[in-house]
Design a binder for this molecule. Sequence first.
Ligand code: HEM
Length: 490
Amino acid sequence: HWRQRGRRAAVANLPGPYCFPLIGALHRVINLNPKNFLKRSHKYSIELGHLQRVWVLNRLMITSSDVEFNEQVLASQEHLVKHQVYKVLGQWLGNGLLLSDGKVWYQRRKIITPTFHFSILEQFVEVFDLQSNLCVQRLEQRANGETFDVYPFVCLAALDIIAETAMGTKVNAQLAESTPYANAVTECTALMAWRFMSFYLQSELLFTLTHPHLKLRQMQLIRTMHAFTTEVIKQRRQILEGMQRVGAEQPLQNEVGGKRRMALLDVLLQASVDGRPLRDEEIREEVDTFMFEGHDTTTSALSFCLWCISRNPQVQAKMLEEILHVLGSDRSRAVTMRDLGELKYVECVIKESLRIYPPVPLVGRKLQTDFKYTHSKFGAAVIPAGSEILMGIIGMHNDEKNFPDPHLFKPERHANSERSTSSFAYVPFSAGPRNCVGQKFAQLEMKMLLAKIVREYELLPLGEPVQAVVNIVLRSDTGFQMGMRRRSQP
Ligand code: HEM
């Protein structure tokens, strides 16, 4: 119902770049790429402030690293539809929780939230423990004091972990005989990350027309992944039905190690919406979403965190002291959920790394209805329906108004969770109704891997510094370079 003139008047209270007739500020977005995105956004933010209106063609974008504004968007129960940029992932993830909206999202969120219950996470800690041991073992080849990139090691560990917990199936990403599925997940993630940051490659049509061979490859990869998850679901459903027929109390048995352990998939198989169970295709969308969201983000988080630790020897020493105190030095003892709960300083280290390098640096919404807000500087106003809102998590986290000396790595900031500013100034997992369902899962997984790696190896400040780039999730253009040396056994 908004006419162009009305839309302009509605946001006239906000600053923004000069907009040419018809094209608007196209010049500002057309040559954005993963490498220059963060620098440019920072520069624009200094020039014009944290909250801006940007017209591109007839699209109205509100870019905001303004805590007051973002709090109202994130906390809203109404403005939950994702920005269209996420559509790049659509052919792989379908209507999974990350991309869906409306009733589908609401119903699935209700089913999925309890899958991350404490008692289920506790079983996953066993998977974290065993897969982290494997990661530590694989790092041995690099513990020679020479520079290397830790990213591939962490990525495969994260993939193994999410596959085993989400599907109850091993994909052996960390072993030599990795499955085609695991390879397809990593290749497809990289391909989509590349498309994500290009203004025109986000469109499926333009991508197909300009890169037909890559489109074909993308289709092959998606086919491989869908075939695999579909088969896992089918087998798991058969087992479940078989067990239910014989009336077993604990219906599912994990084929690995003979332990009874639920997978996220099992919860989905047993769930129903409006009295009907979820169809295999719907379940597949959720499993695929976990596989993507659950490995790419944690890989980014862990890689940046390890890099920060390697550059801050005092932090590392303090971590080691806590780890040895809580876990001891006996490598054969399994680390439990309770142990992880006691690693308070490690938790602060993770939080600080997520502050400086949030794996999801920005989140976007597309307004379906008008968004009314009030702001201490811009007053009470409305952003018209149809507008796009891009919220810079990384901008808020690195703003000195929210965190003094924002570039300093200071885990102590988080020690006594006192905060002078709004809790919405620190949102690595987003906030409000569409926050991350996997937050607890991710924190436990990270604690386990970091604690085991730091207990075994000293991380050395070798190689180039990280250079953050936005590739769906935050990555580093220079990799995550460091050295490692085995610690003498205490
Ligand atoms: C350090 C690791 C992680 C970070 C920083 C992170 C961050 C986020 C953020 C910021 C969002 C909101 C995205 C948006 O609004 O566009 C989100 C959503 C989501 N995350 Fe995570 N995440 C992490 C790990 C995980 C893991 C391990 C899982 C699954 C096991 C997971 C599953 C999801 C799902 C399903 C959503 C969509 C929720 C919804 O829209 O209702 N995440 N995550």
